[in-house]
Structure formats: structure tokens, C-alpha cells
Ligand binder design. Sequence first.
Ligand code: IVH
Length: 669
Amino acid sequence: MNNSPKKKIEALREELNMHNYNYYVLSNPTISDYDFDLKLKELSSLENQYPEYFDPNSPSQRVGSDINKTFKQVTHKYPMLSLGNTYSREEVEDFYERVQKGLNSDFEIVCELKYDGVSISLTYIKGELIQAVTRGDGIQGDDVTANVRTIRSIPLKLHGNDFPDEFEIRGEILMPWSVFDQLNKERADQEEQLFANPRNACSGTLKQQDPKIVASRKLDSFLYYMLGENLPTDGHYENLLKAQEWGFKISKATKKCKSLNDVFDFINHWDIERKNLPVATDGIVLKVNSLTQQRNLGFTSKFPRWAIAYKFQAEKALTRLLSVSYQVGRTGAVTPVANLEPVKLSGTTVKRASLYNEDYINQLDLHINDWVSVEKGGEIIPKITEVDLSKRDLFGEKVQFIKICPECGTLLTKGNGEAIYYCPNDTECPPQIKGRMEHFITRRAMNIVCGPETIEQLYEKGYIRNVADLYTLKNRRDELISQLERWGEKSTDNLLNSIENSKSVPYERVLFALGIRYVGETVAKKLASAFHKIDFLINANVDSLMQVDEIGDKIAQSVVKYFSEEKNIVIIEELKKQGLQFELSEDIISKQTDKLKGLTIVISGTFEKHSRDEYKAIIEQNGGKNSGSISSKTSYILAGDNMGPSKLEKAQKLGISIINENDFLELIK
Ligand code: IVH
């Protein structure tokens, strides 16, 4: 029976495990928090109803793990529990009554914002920051001290002298919306996958191996929970005020409430006001103020009985689906977009929503004129989450994914088992051509200073049909000035100069700029150092390409396919004539040695003289091979500070030499 409770429990466990993995390991959530919590509640209640199916490994039995193997693991002195949470005001009332009954005396509730970032536990000894650890699985977390030290709002030395000798303070690390928007803009420019929300961007940042990158991301923090033996007072709120004096960032939206009415006033106020905050919040946390009373109430197996989180509903709005349009990207991928009757949502007017792919449309069973629910959680682009079938218009046609490219009329193709349709007409389909040119000019590729609107105009007026045409624009300077809208002498000259300057961009970046599928920046670098001239690369076959470190079958096939097409060779010849760099510079070649030939090196920890990426490049330049994991094939471990204990143990077991950065630099001198 498909509907048996056992089957249902198993299906929910499997689904929740998948979402947990996507969220914690891949930093790429596939479900809203609200829906996740609903499913988890459904699972817990089924498990309570049918205790015979208990499983200690059920997702209901743990709080999730963000443990990352490359950081030192630290066991929390006090486990880092999370909070029971609710979306209903009645349950907030129930909580209040439970506390009242449990204590049977007066009490105060501290209301705080629930910040949506990455939770952290900081240890201070004698007023100095000693350690910063992520929650991990609540028992053990990652030691991210080096990264956390870069966060300006976290004090490294405390002010004053009335702090306990040793204590912990917990809080949230956050990425402000402004930083998140800028970061995603840069990632979009570089065709990198975007972060779904500031929380994921923040977690990805804290897991960086290079603290310099962390520092550049301008993270922020709010602290909200102090733990230790000799805390200054018996009041949570009063302790936070002390912490503020010592230099911690404590939210001004923290209020002591004496009644349930006060609590709801706080909730109502912040449900609206939170939209004006510079960081993401997803609810309100209620805590009993007195620490003695907290101890009296104690904990359940998972949560404190003295606190609860009230979570805001993801904002939804109901509107009508007017039509579906289809966008074609640089690689020919076709993305469906819903055009909606404009509706207000989280302070902005929403007219479009993401539909992802054909399967998503079919799952919703979407019809034109349907009333649909649009949601904007922590995500950037609103999405349709539901169709109100009761309001379905009899005449609304079912949405059918298009069969031909909306831009060039070519029949679309779809790989076996794939969800995405592609337009195969890469030579004539306008958005593909324009997309390739936009990629070509980006900062990390040819760094030609002009925006997509300029490319659009130049394309529409027929001045450019491929990237090589950019280099002939200089012969048409006067024509450009007279023909193009809003183009004066100065802007035209700036563009032409920038195009001219791009001729000195090094070979590996030119290779990246060509936009060969699967050849990103790193692969381009590897190919350039293995094949010093483009002609060598053009003549390479799959086997010889696969000899290069980290080049697999998929990349090798794609490179061979690209160079087997006559039209690409014609463009490369044209670019060569224009003077672009298609060989590795003498300077780089002269730095290449084979001092590390045949050696496989594992880099571990953090360094002072060069960044990890620089060390990786140095190893490659000297003919060595980088590897991420220790095995019997490892020749050396280049170890910096904070090398993980498990790596150390493995290295010792296998008898592999560990060298520090000075020894290493000596080795290649
Ligand atoms: S108190 C034992 N206060 O929400 C209680 N948590 O589900 C410890 N959070 O893991 C947590 N804002 O990451 C507390 N003002 C706040 C919070 C807060 C956000 C996060 C925290 C925790 C999760 C609880």
C-alpha cells in the first residue's frame, strides 16, 4: 500500500534528507523554510503516532549539520541547541501560558529579532577572543576563528574590565542586503552561480579557506546569548546591555515585555518595520529574562522551554497569470518566465516570476488566467508556489512549453533525462550571439568597459556580429558617433581605447573569454599552461587534453568540439590578426620550471606569505600537481596554520613529509 504510514514516513524522511543536504552541504536550498518546517512537523507527528517506526537517524532527530571537513572540529562546551518555532500567534499564547504555569510567579519576556544568518559561538578569555565555532550539528562545529576575526563588528579585545574571566557569547553572522546584492551582481558578471539569499552567501563566505576573501565580504554580526559561570547579572536583557558596553553589537530591537500584549505589540511592529532593516530577519524570538527562571524551566530533548521563535510567514500575494514568455541565454538554455498582473509584494511591485523549467510548469498544472500565489522568501526572484484551482477560468489554455526558439525559430532540443531545453542555433540566434559578446567583454575576461546596452545597440545597428567585429569598430569612429544614440566623441573614444587595451590581456584570459562550454577561469589557466600556444590547443585531441590535471572527458570533448567548428577558427584567426594574445607570455614561461615534476602536493591550513590560490598556482608553474586529499600518492603536505587534526593523523600514518611555507619556497628557489 502506497499510502501506509510507514511508506509516508519513509518518503518524508527521504525528502527532508535531500533538502537538508541541498541546504547544508550545497548551500543551495530547494524548499522554503516554511514548507520544510511543515513537512518536518508532519513527520514528527506521524512518528509520535507510530512509535514502532522510530529511527535514530530520522531527520526529525537532529537539527542539521553544517560541518565542513576542511576546518578543525571543536566540541561545544555547552551544546548549541536551536529553538522550537511556530508560525501561529495561538502557539505564542500557548508558550506564554506554559511559562506562566511552569514558573507560577512573575516573569518578564525579552523579545528580539530572529536574525537570518549563520549562528556562531564566540569564546572570550581574559577579554580576548579565543575561538569562534559554527553550530555544526549542535555538539561539534567548525573552528572558523581566522575568518571571524576579520568581521569588524566582533570585538577582538573587550572594553572595560568587568567581564568574566571566561565566557561564551552566541549570535548571528550576517551579510547585509547591500553586500549580498553587489556580490551577486559580480557573480552574474562572471557567469557564476548566484547565491539564493544572504544566509547562504554568508555561510559560503565563512567556509572560505582564505580569510582575505572573508574580510572583503563585509560581514556583520548581532550577539544575543551569553553563557558562562560568572555572568554579570541574573537577567538575560541586563547581560546583553553589559555585552554592549564591552563592545559587542547588540540589536536595538530588543525589548523587555511584561505582558502578552506587549509581546504582540512588538511582533506587529517588527512584522512591518523589519523590511527597512539592512539585514535579513525571519521572525521574533521570545525568551524568559531571568536566568534562574530559565534554569527552572529547563530544556526538552531538543529545545529550551524558556524560549520560542515566532516565524514570519513568507510573503505571498495572489494574482493572475497573463502569459508565459521564454528567455534564451548565452548557452542557448531556454527559461520560462511568468508574466503576472502587477501585484504588491514586500514593498515592490511584482510583474514576473520564475518558472524554472517544463517540469515545474507541469507540476503546477498551470493554465493561462489562473489565479496564482507568488512568494518572495529569502530568494531574489519571486516564484509561483500554488494555483487556486477553484478560481480556474474555463477558457484558460494549459501552458505548453514552446517547441521552437522564440528568438530564431529553431526547433529546441533537450538531452535525455535533462530538464532544460536548448536552442541549438548558436551561430544565428541573437541572444546567444549577444550573450557571448557580453561574456567576452566582462572584467575577468577581456575587460572592455561597456555595458550590455552598448552591445545591444551595436548589434541592432549591425556593427557587430561576432567578437572579432569589436576590433574593427575603430575604423568606423565617426560613423558610430553620428549613428548611435547618446554617443559623443568622448564615450566613443573611451570604448575604442578600452577595446585597444584589451589586446594586451593575457592568453589564459582570452581563452576564458572565448566562452567555450565548461571552460571557466580555472580550466582556461590549466589549458594555457599545458598548451602554450592556441595552435597547440586547436590540434589537441581528447586524450592529450585529458593528460592535463583536472581536465576530464566532458571538458576535453567540449574543447575538441569547439575547435572542430570552422566558424570558431575563422574568428580566432581574425582575432590573431588584430593582435590579441594567443600564446603564454615569455615572462610566465620563463617562470615555469619542472622542479616539482612528478610530485603531488596537498595544501592544508592558512599561510602568511602567499594565499592558498597563489600556492596552487606556484605548484602548477613548477610542474607539480595539486590534490585536495591525502593518499599514498601524496609526495608532500604544504602545511600552514590550523592544519586539520584528521589530516595530520592521516599524514603521519602514511609517513608523508609535512613542510611549512618556508621549506616549500626554498624547494622551488
Ligand atoms: S537564541 C538556546 N536569539 O535561530 C537558544 N537565536 O532556531 C539559542 N537566531 O540557532 C538561540 N536570532 O541561529 C536566539 N535573537 C536570537 C536569534 C536566534 C536568530 C537563530 C540562531 C539559532 C536559531 C534558533
